[in-house]
Design a protein around this ligand. Structure first.
Ligand SMILES: *Cc1c(COP(=O)(O)O)cnc(C)c1O
Length: 384
């Protein structure tokens, strides 16, 4: 892509190359568009990459979450402690099973659910914990694993934004032996168009996941018998072919994302009042998913987005707090003030263009435009 000065710089753009075309074309020519050989091939490749032995590829990250909480044993009326600072799917999946998401506040540095706040939110009705590795930064899983063990809770990790991240012990995020999910929407580190994956801790859970993604069919049964209720959450062979090609150069794409993040870090470092993503600490390693800054509190974010757009740059308020979304306010009576850290972060967050092929010139253009917008948005000395 050329970096013409008048071209709109999009928020995200998947990296697709010749290998993707080659493998997708292979599937098209084979006429086995679903439930063919690319599904197990993609699953085994993901397993090798993560160092795990039970991966199930499914239709979306949301489908993966839904299957995970069912496999964990969620029941109607259960309370599940989770984060309000996430993509809405991590809370919505609980509603599919008539469980109640119980939110708690986040850690100001990592923006992940705060383990102490999570512990305080556990009640007699709590049956599970659903932490999210937000923006690709590892959540404090050892703390959640201790809490789960102490209180007898199930644990599902939403790692949809964190493929390629790792914990301080070197384990890849999603590979700690808990039920965990990945997502493969086009803005993610690896894309299959739409898609997702479940990591199961054991073969029995994988069998249940595999059956429920395919209408409840048991692997050894004929087409017409089903021993449980299931869904159609299958991932097509076309999508799996895309995933296989992407997986071959995942490291390259992750390195390209890290390079872009490094450029932003460097060029934005001096900008007054701007909050940047936290650097890696304590041995945890982020996988760069988005580049989200915190605008200075006095800046009108909506106006900033309009001004950036007028300069040919896409940006987005990201993420909104889930408990303050209309549906959640109406359904659960949530109001401002419940989770102050989350609400402040959500009100100030702005996602900037971020994808592997973003050039240095484009990053410079984004940074220059943001500088102009923030300067223009400052109150004048007279107004103070
Ligand atoms: C992307 C994402 C998902 C899954 O989204 P799908 O669009 O269903 O693939 C789930 N949780 C989080 C935090 C995500 O970012």
């Amino acid at each position: 892509m050329s970096a013409g000065a008048d071209e709109v710089i999009p928020l995200a753009r998947p990296h697709v190359g010749e290998r993707e075309e080659e493998l997708v074309l292979e599937v098209l020519r084979s006429r086995r568009l679903s439930l063919g050989p690319k599904l197990p091939a993609f699953e085994r490749s993901l397993e090798a990459r993560l160092g795990v032995s039970q991966v199930s590829a499914v239709a979306s990250g949301t489908a993966a979450l839904h299957l995970c909480i069912r496999a964990a044993g969620v029941r109607a009326g259960d309370e599940v402690v989770t984060t309000p600072f996430s993509f809405v799917a991590s809370a919505n999946c609980l509603l599919y099973e008539r469980a109640t998401p119980v939110f708690c506040d986040i850690d100001r540095r990592t923006l992940n659910i705060d383990p102490q706040a999570a512990a305080a939110a556990v009640t007699q009705n709590t049956t599970g914990l659903l932490p999210v590795h937000i923006f690709g930064y590892p959540a404090d899983m050892p703390a959640f694993e201790r809490l789960a063990a102490q209180r007898g809770l199930w644990l599902v990790e939403d790692a949809c934004e964190a493929l390629g991240a790792s914990h301080s012990d070197g384990k890849p995020v999603g590979a700690r032996g808990n039920l965990a999910t990945f997502g493969f929407y086009p803005n993610k580190q690896l894309s299959t168009g739409e898609g997702g994956a479940v990591i199961s801790p054991d073969g029995q859970l994988k069998e249940r996941i595999d059956s429920e993604r395919n209408q409840g069919r048991a692997p050894d049964m004929g087409w017409l018998d089903h021993d449980r209720l299931g869904f159609n959450y299958r991932l097509s062979d076309l999508a799996c072919a895309l995933g296989l090609a992407q997986l071959e150069r995942l490291d390259e794409m992750l390195a390209a994302r890290a390079r872009v993040a490094g450029l932003y870090n460097e060029l934005l470092a001096g900008m007054d009042g701007l909050g940047l993503p936290c650097p890696d600490a304590d041995g945890d390693r982020r996988s760069w998913f988005v580049y989200v800054v915190q605008l200075p509190p006095r800046v009108d974010r909506d106006a900033a987005i309009r001004e950036l757009r007028a300069r040919g740059i896409d940006s987005k308020p990201y993420l909104p707090a889930i408990h303050l979304l209309s549906f959640y306010r109406e359904r659960f009576g949530h109001r401002e003030g419940e989770f102050p850290v989350c609400e402040e972060v959500a009100a100030r967050s702005l996602a900037l263009p971020f994808f592997p092929e973003l050039t240095e010139a484009q990053v410079e253009r984004v940074v220059a435009a943001l500088g102009q917008v923030l300067e223009a948005g400052q109150p004048t000395p007279q107004a103070l």
